[in-house]
Design a protein around this ligand. Structure first.
Ligand code: ADP
Ligand code: MG
Length: 295
């Protein structure tokens, strides 16, 4: 589904209070009962119902009575709007633009900051494919679910896991990007995050897989290969394996803006693991083999 941020223009503070109340309620309930929403939002019952109808009309919520009561849950669009509202209020962004990328587990959009600078928003979308896939690729899946079990999370509300997993994935990506950027790795500049969205600088260039063989010299290709393999090695020395180091996650800038050699930037960090991970060696080899195979 395409993101429609125009609803933000007509929304009032109470709309966000209700969305936030449902988000809170979803930690314990697969479907949040309307009286609980009214109480968490701190609004009158009648007032809440009117807001619920308008949020439903805008498809920011879904409604279900199969549980035997009037239950609501936030939709992906609702979660996007709530998060964009937070980023706008905190002046992280002023407006959102076109979608520039989409993966199995993310959507990437352009946005503008209040000072006019173009930035990138990465929306983490875990659970969009299958949970088996999430389990395979995300080490914190198990931790999240074990924690959920201990805190009495019901089996029923595991349907809401996408919300928590997407948020964790964004948090993990932001934390890694910040740590790596602070020690001068070539990553995007981490600007901020909220819930499932990470705000980062826009990197000039194209993903490596789009670099056409005939347009680059052997020296440029060799330089890209060495920069990429040096990154894998440097990460390992810092105790980390990227786990998705390939032609899709390296952005290459070939424009010769006073730069004689191509500039390579590393992106996409949610799946990184420690070199203490039991499969770290295998994962490191997979990364370097991907690079070798591509080149
Ligand atoms: P996924 O986990 O879905 O692979 P990525 O972080 O790799 O997500 O982003 C998907 C695509 O979006 C990338 O291949 C790239 O084309 C584009 N992209 C992501 N971050 C940036 C950025 N900071 N600047 C420019 N393009 C980006
Ligand atoms: Mg990627």
């Amino acid at each position: 589904m395409k993101l429609d941020p125009t609803v933000l223009r007509t929304m009032v503070p109470q709309d966000f209070q209700v969305l936030e109340a449902i988000e809170k309620g979803m930690a314990k309930h697969a479907l949040v009962p309307s009286p609980l929403i009214a109480s968490l939002a701190n609004l009158r019952h009648g007032g809440t119902n009117k807001i619920l109808s308008s949020l439903l009309r805008d498809k920011l919520l879904s409604h279900d009575q199969s549980c035997g009561y009037d239950g609501y849950r936030i939709t992906t669009a609702g979660y996007d709007i709530l998060t964009l509202h937070n980023l706008k209020t905190r002046k992280m962004i002023a407006a959102i633009g076109d979608r520039i990328g989409t993966g199995k587990e993310s959507d990437v959009y352009l946005a503008v900051r209040p000072n006019g600078e173009q930035v990138v928003l990465k929306f983490h979308r875990l659970g969009r494919t299958s949970f088996r896939n999430v389990k395979k690729t995300r080490d914190y899946f198990v931790a999240t679910h074990q924690k959920g079990r201990n805190t009495g999370e019901t089996k029923q509300n595991q349907g809401n896991s996408w919300l928590f997993l997407s948020r964790k994935s964004a948090l993990k990506e932001y934390a890694f990007m910040k740590a790596l950027y602070s020690v001068d790795y070539p990553t995007p500049v981490p600007i901020g995050h909220n819930r499932h969205i990470v705000v980062m600088s826009l990197i000039r260039g194209v993903p490596l897989y789009q670099v056409i063989r005939t347009t680059i010299s052997a020296e440029q290709a060799s330089s890209i290969f060495h920069q990429a393999s040096d990154l894998a090695l440097r990460l390992a020395k810092h105790g980390l394996v990227h786990c998705d180091l390939n032609e899709f996650n390296l952005i290459v800038d070939l424009s010769e803006n006073g730069e004689p050699r191509p500039v390579v930037t590393l992106i996409d960090f949610p799946q990184m693991v420690s070199t203490l991970h039991p499969n770290a060696c295998e994962l490191y080899e997979r990364d370097t083999n991907c690079l070798l195979k591509f080149f």
